[in-house]
Structure formats: structure tokens, C-alpha cells
Design a protein. Structure first.
Length: 379
């Protein structure tokens, strides 16, 4: 099929989970034999169009350039659709987007809405409160219009889409590039470059350092273990690089995606210490499909995370990793001590994690699921 994939607010290549997602979906569908045209955001110096790994990239911009005005990319998306003549349009959902679904509706094309964050307003939502000030609730009506226009939806959790749309919503998870991320990338040279002491157990956090990602919990656990010379803590992502704040370790700063397979493989344990109380949207359910966890597992790391569904289904306690009490740095420190002192346990959990992610949580598996939905709606 000829596919138009609209993710106008994402920069590809980039350093965020969203940019990784768009990159892997686009090239994963291309690898399955489809002609993929991906619409992403143009940045200074980037070509307006190019082709990489069989994906045709179309880069657009709008004014004002803020993401809140993404809907103003619609004329550019319409021009691309007229030129490409796709069989199906896919849009990565964003509150102020909708240009892909609108163009598909105008051209009477089947469309797939890819939902990675809640369409519904959570209790106490500022967005919902502002919408309610205008009696007709235009934001909600627009989002619901998108769901009605879309031929199908995919989401990691059905509860984040309106109830009327759940019948045409398929549950999907994100994944890892299991060819790029793997234990074979482990390198003594990379460990030395990262400052990991010889024979130390390196504990890794990767992510965007948002409050609900649990960075504070991770660093407090690290401080509790500062006296242990067999542990070293790495944080990949966030702002600028810096030494550990009261613990043995380093903040590596923001890293390009191409660098991450070597960094993850250099570690011995991966941690995803989510603090769900810090994000009100999670009252709707834990809708994240955790990229960092899949990449830890693909790299053969035992994963430490919280006992919250669906994390409990991805990382089973004692099978692919260990759980600790949410927002409890003392319990996280205890769990990491257990892993630091038991190399056979680390090896067993890491090997099982690699096996599980290859079988169930790869980007290849994700794209296979998407292909099934696309073929169905394309008829």
C-alpha cells in the first residue's frame, strides 16, 4: 500500500520518544513492503524532502511555529496528499492536530488515528476546564470529530479514547528495535568512555526527566547507595551533562537515538521508576507504552519498575525483572542492592527479558499489528 503518515509536530531524527516512535513505525512499515510518505516538522537546515531507509520524508512548517498551531500545517499536508495519492492516511494524534484525518475525510480515504496520549479530559484537567468556559466545548467536539472520522484507531490503552470509539480501537504497544538494541553491543571501551569503574554494576535510567518519570526517586535511591563502590549510576536524557549529585555516577545529558544502543548495552540494570502521582492524566490508566523498558529488555538488562498494569505484564516480577514500591527510594535501593549482589540473577532476568521483547514487544511486531489494521480498513 501507499501510506501517508502524518506526524507534523515531530522532528525526525530526534531525541524524544515521539521522534523514535515515528522513525521506527515509518521504516518498519516500509520494510514490510509499503510505500511510506512521512510528514514531520521541518527545522532550520533540514531538507524539505529526502529519502532514507525506503521512507520518503516530507518536512513542513507553519506560522506561528508553536505546536499549538500544528493544525495550520493542513494546507501543506493537503498538497502532499494530492501529489502522493495514498491508499490510507495515518495520523499521530495531537490535541491541536487533525490535519491528516481532515485531509483523508476530504479525499474520502480510509484513515487510522494513532493515539498515544489521552483524547479524554482527565478529572481536574485544565484543558477541560478551559473548554467548559465555552459552552459548546469546541476542543472536545473537535477531538470527538477526529475519532468519528477515523476508520480505525490504535492505542496502548482503550480507556484513553472516547467510549463510542473503543469498538474500532485496537490495543497496540510500542517496542524496541531488537536488531539495534542487543547484548552484543556491550563494549568495555564504551563503559570506560561513560566513566563506569571496572567491575562496577552500572544502573541506568533513560528518559526525558519529566517529574512523573521518577528521576527524583532514582537519584534519591542512588544517594542512599553512595557508599557502595560496586554500584555506578547513569542517567541518559534530560538537560546538560553533569556529575552525580551526591552519588557515584553521571548525568549524560541528551543523546541522539543512534547512540542509545551502545549506552544501554553498557549498563547492567535498567530502571523505570515511574511516579504516577505526578501526572493527573494517569488517573485514566497507565497509558504509556514504555520505550525505555523495551530497550532495556532488548539489550539483555534486568528491568526494575513499579507494580502497575501493564508494566506487570511486560516485566513480570522475578521473571524479566523486579518490582519495587512506587515512589519509595528506600525500596528501590533495596532492590538494586539485591541485583548488585547476585550476578546469576541479573543474567537470568536479562536473558528472559531479551527473549520476551523479541517475541512480543519489537517494532517489527508493532508494525505487523498496524499492517493488519491498515489492510482491513483499506479493504
Amino acid at each position: 500500500m501507499k501510506l501517508l503518515y502524518v506526524a507534523s509536530d515531530q522532528v525526525v531524527p530526534g531525541r524524544t520518544g515521539g521522534s523514535v516512535h515515528v522513525l521506527e513505525v515509518a521504516r518498519g512499515l516500509a520494510a514490510r513492503g509499503h510505500e511510506v510518505h512521512a510528514v514531520v516538522r521541518r527545522t532550520a537546515g533540514a531538507p524539505e524532502r529526502d529519502e532514507q531507509e525506503q521512507v520518503r520524508w516530507h518536512r513542513v512548517h507553519w506560522l506561528p511555529p508553536h505546536r499549538l498551531f500544528r493544525f495550520r500545517a493542513r494546507p501543506a499536508v493537503a498538497r502532499i496528499a494530492a501529489e502522493v495519492a495514498p491508499h490510507v492516511v495515518i495520523e499521530r494524534y495531537y490535541n491541536f492536530g487533525g490535519e491528516g484525518i481532515a485531509v483523508a475525510a476530504e479525499r474520502r480515504l480510509p484513515s487510522l488515528l494513532e493515539v498515544n496520549s489521552p483524547i479524554l479530559d482527565h478529572p481536574g484537567s485544565l484543558k477541560g476546564a478551559l473548554d467548559a468556559l465555552v459552552l459548546v466545548r469546541p476542543l472536545r467536539r473537535y477531538r470527538e470529530w477526529l475519532c468519528r472520522q477515523a476508520s480505525a484507531l490504535v492505542a496502548p490503552l482503550p480507556e484513553i479514547v472516547p467510549e463510542f470509539a473503543r469498538g474500532k480501537t485496537e490495543t497496540v504497544t510500542w517496542g524496541a528495535n531488537v536488531e539495534a538494541f542487543g547484548p552484543g553491543r556491550r563494549s568495555a571501551a564504551v563503559r570506560a568512555e561513560l566513566g563506569i569503574p571496572p567491575r562496577a554494576v552500572a544502573v541506568l535510567f533513560s528518559g526525558s526527566f519529566r517529574p512523573w518519570h521518577g528521576v527524583e526517586v532514582f537519584e534519591e535511591a542512588a544517594r542512599r547507595l553512595a557508599g557502595r563502590e560496586d554500584l555506578f549510576f547513569l542517567l541518559a536524557g534530560g538537560g546538560r551533562a553533569a556529575e552525580g549529585r551526591g552519588y557515584r555516577g553521571r548525568r549524560l545529558g541528551s543523546l541522539p537515538y543512534e547512540r542509545m544502543p551502545d549506552v544501554v548495552a553498557a549498563a547492567d540494570v535498567g530502571v523505570a521508576p515511574y511516579d504516577t502521582s505526578r501526572l493527573a492524566q494517569l488517573r485514566l490508566g497507565f497509558y504509556w507504552s514504555p520505550l525505555k523498558i523495551f530497550e532495556y529488555m532488548a539489550s539483555g538488562l534486568p528491568t526494575v519498575t513499579i507494580p502497575r498494569f501493564p508494566l506487570t505484564e511486560i516485566v513480570r516480577d522475578g521473571c524479566e525483572g523486579l518490582h519495587f514500591r512506587e515512589a519509595d527510594p528506600a525500596d528501590l535501593a533495596r532492590t538494586l542492592t539485591r541485583l548488585a549482589e547476585d550476578a546469576p540473577l541479573r543474567g537470568r532476568l536479562g536473558a528472559a527479558g531479551r527473549e520476551r521483547v523479541v517475541a512480543r514487544y519489537s517494532w517489527a511486531r508493532h508494525c505487523e499489528q498496524l499492517e493488519g489494521v491498515l489492510q482491513r480498513i483499506a479493504g
